[in-house]
Write a protein that binds this ligand. Structure first.
Ligand code: MN
Length: 504
């Protein structure tokens, strides 16, 4: 069980702008030096997909053909542009207008330093990125096309980092565009923030969110072969600290839990889904509320999962899992549960009944255990119990604001729990929100953020910012510099902006 590599076979195309004015020799040098830049970026290992240099762009027809091809090719997840020489931006209009892939404008140079003693007009003619990139940038801004701008010499490690983070966001966007979400059951009754417009979500994020009858899951459960269940139990034994009674007097219940995971996984695979959501109020004849299975969706399959019919967080967890592929940490459903208001040690504890994933990293080997659950009217669910590993993380929520979706993020630091939590039979993480608990909570509530979030420990703020820019969706950020007063103003301005800007 390993997550499918979302970067496999994917490419980012690099288009270098110039024009015919400079003659053959200059254009030869443009192509050759840009090749050096692209090779150097690929060699850093910081960019998870291959950057592919395409022939130098010298005309409006050439740009249009390049952008059309990039937009149509399913393996191309983004386009990088750079203007080595001057590239009159009228020639970019028709191409930019047909581009449907994420765009990154790289403002770089072949030379790192001005050659003070040798610089002459020939050198200046060839190396004009400082104003070539401005001319190109003018057109992208004029057309109102969202793009990431990365500035710096191509050997600067920060440049490759930023391009790499953007490429991860492009992969997240690609995953979102191709996502099918399997809903077992509808929204938990009367909950507001987890409701929303699934048709609009498909238009904005590309994710197709549909319902499968719970009876189909029950039928899939009945069809699971014992061998598949037994293999899964072996996997549990290899990865988790399994409670002895689950391998002895309560083995039947472990078997049921594993069989439910098999049924869910089989249905997901048969239908090509990459995110799932259930609802404990609607499980039909399923014997247990699924616990360990959904917890393993992100960690074992790279799939999104959320509970209580919350397809929005399931979508975010899948995007987070893809963006963070290959990095330490991962993505999981999280839910704010309890505050520690001790002065100077203010903390937030997140958890869920069952579904928090060990993909975020754990302090110790997760314990696979069984405890009663007071709600749902099913037999005791088998679940993984652990505490999230200390480190940097973000929590991201998606809420439906009537005329648009709002993403909201808080940057947090996961810390060690301050006590044993020995009576808490579920997975959890304890964190210090930025800038501080009171400000973070005040801002979160003011923005109408959800109680359910996607926590990512693999990728942070920049990847989500890049993703939101690509998606054309608001991302309100609470960070170390946030004040409640300024944040309230930001929300007001943002609301006006999104009402006036109807591009998305
Ligand atoms: Mn919940």
């Amino acid at each position: 069980m390993a997550m499918e590599n979302p970067f496999e076979g994917k490419e980012v195309w690099f288009g270098v702008g110039s024009q015919d004015l400079y003659g053959e020799e200059a254009l030869r040098q443009v192509a050759q030096q840009t090749g050096e830049i692209v090779d150097a970026l690929n060699a850093t290992g910081k960019i998870p997909v291959k950057v592919v240099l395409k022939p130098t762009l010298k005309s409006s027809d050439g740009v249009k053909a390049f952008m059309t091809e990039a937009s149509a090719n399913p393996n191309v997840i983004g386009v990088i542009t750079w203007c080595h020489t001057f590239s009159p931006a009228k020639m970019w209009i028709r191409g930019l207008e047909v581009l449907t892939k994420p765009l990154l404008q790289l403002a770089t140079q072949h030379h790192k330093e001005i050659p003070w003693e040798t610089i002459d007009m020939d050198f200046m003619n060839l190396n004009q990125a400082a104003h070539g990139d401005r001319e190109f940038g003018y057109m992208v801004s004029r057309l109102g096309i969202p793009r990431k701008i990365v500035v710096g010499h191509y050997t600067d490690p920060e440049v490759a980092e930023k391009v790499g983070t953007w490429a991860r966001a492009c992969a997240g966007w690609n995953a979102s565009q191709n996502m099918k979400v399997m809903r077992w059951g509808d929204n938990m009754r009367n909950v507001a923030v987890t409701e929303g417009d699934k048709t609009e979500a498909e238009r904005v994020f590309g994710a197709s969110i549909n319902t499968w009858a719970v009876n189909e899951l029950v039928a899939a459960y009945d069809k699971v072969k014992d061998d598949q269940v037994k293999a899964l139990i072996e996997d549990y034994k290899a990865k988790y600290d399994v409670a002895p009674e689950l391998l002895d007097s309560r083995y039947d219940e472990l078997f049921i839990a594993a069989k439910e995971e098999c049924a869910m996984v089989n249905m997901m695979r048969e239908n090509g889904c990459t995110a799932g959501v259930d609802n404990f109020e609607d499980l039909g004849a399923l014997p247990q509320l699924p616990g360990v299975g959904p917890q393993r969706f992100p960690s074992e399959y790279g799939w999104g999962f959320s509970a209580e019919g919350d397809w929005k967080t399931a979508v975010l967890v899948r995007i987070g899992a893809v963006m963070g592929y290959g990095l330490e940490g991962g993505a999981s459903l999280m839910e704010d549960y309890s505050y520690n208001f001790t002065a100077g040690n203010e903390l937030d504890m997140g958890s869920h009944m069952l579904e928090v994933s060990p993909s975020i990293g754990t302090i110790a080997k997760p314990k696979l255990d069984i405890y009663p659950l007071g709600i749902g009217g099913k037999s005791d669910p088998v679940r993984l119990v652990f505490s999230g590993k200390p480190g940097d993380a973000v929590v991201v929520s998606m809420a439906d604001e009537r005329e648009r979706f709002r993403l909201l993020m808080d940057e947090v630091s996961i810390v060690e729990p301050q006590g044993s939590l020995k009576n808490l039979p579920c997975a959890r993480a304890v964190w210090k929100p930025k800038p501080d608990l009171k400000t973070a909570v005040q801002c979160w509530i003011a923005a109408g953020g959800s109680h359910h979030t996607c926590m990512t420990t693999s990728v942070g703020r920049e990847a989500w910012e890049d993703f939101a820019r690509i998606a054309g969706v608001e991302l309100a950020v609470i960070d170390e510099n946030t004040t409640a007063r300024q944040f309230e103003k930001e929300l007001q301005l943002s609301e006006m902006y999104h009402r006036l800007n109807n591009r998305h």
